[in-house]
Design a protein around this ligand. Sequence first.
Ligand code: SF4
Ligand code: SF4
Length: 350
Amino acid sequence: MKNKSVPFPERHVANCIECGLCVRECSFLQEYGSPRAIASSWRPDSKAGQQLPFACNLCGLCTAVCPPKVGLDPRAMFLAMRQQVVANGVAPFPEHKRLIAYEKRGTSSLFSCFALPERCDTVLFPGCAFAGTRPARLLELFEHLRQDIPTLGMVLGCCTKPSHDLGRSDFFHSRFGELRQALMAQGVRRVLVLCPSCHAVFKQYGSPLHTEYVYSVLAEQPLPEQDTHHRIGKAGLENITVQDPCTTRQDPQVHLAVRKLLKAAGLKMEDMPHHGGRRCAVGRAGQCPLSVRTLPNTGVICVERRWKNRSLCLLRSPIVQAVWISSRPGCRSCICSTCSLPQKLRLKEE
Ligand code: SF4
Ligand code: SF4
């Protein structure tokens, strides 16, 4: 691996051998060129240069396929470019206002709370989407986990990953740092997360807090069998494929845990060509679609093209009556809006 102290664009100019492995996998790179070509020509003061990094999904597939002896991280380069555009006072763009407002609500006292019993050192941190869309299911999950962890607490709040991915690094570090300090001050040592984005944030920035996926914890326990089979039977689920969120790319244990849970629930699975560490971006990864208006032919269009080429054929295969199971509402809504899945399949997510 090359010298990591060299800033990202320069590192890619110097070390990318233009082998084409990442370009083959990514419509964004096919549109704009190899990481080396982009890094060589990137001008943060030009309009195109300011908008370009916001068209990358930050999905990390490029980083996953870059040969180990080269060891480059184009995803991190595009995030660093976003951070520079923000530091220059140009971004966030007007298209990002809605997301920032959403995050602001998630961090507000109205939608945040610490519910910790005495001697609590482990909390469930469900994140904004699951708590907001499935409150009854969340309470069921909490009660189920409490059978094994009697002093389990729950913390509602936002991990501020939207700001992280938009390149608002000062804001992100300040707000997430406050959350981490507040948890530690209350004696919390272990955080169980549901959302892949929260997991990515806590794992990268949450130390010394210990972060675990709730799916990994559940996979070690017996499922409430009767209830699970009743629900699956009611939903008419048979054969499924699993979407591994791109933020879990480097967490093979969660891929295994989710499949173990589904298998224990009696479901049959067939994996897509791109799954686990090699899965492609299909959702609103990196808030990319928010830039569609400023960068036509990229963003969600790039995702859709890749998705249709790869995974949708499996969903439409007569052999596999696939049902999409995703833990990310952003991915689900993007898939449903771009790929015209029948409504009944969407309902089966429950
Ligand atoms: S969209 Fe994904 S694969 Fe393409 S450059 Fe961005 S992070 Fe890499
Ligand atoms: S896979 Fe790595 S070396 Fe090959 S073109 Fe992409 S960044 Fe360059």
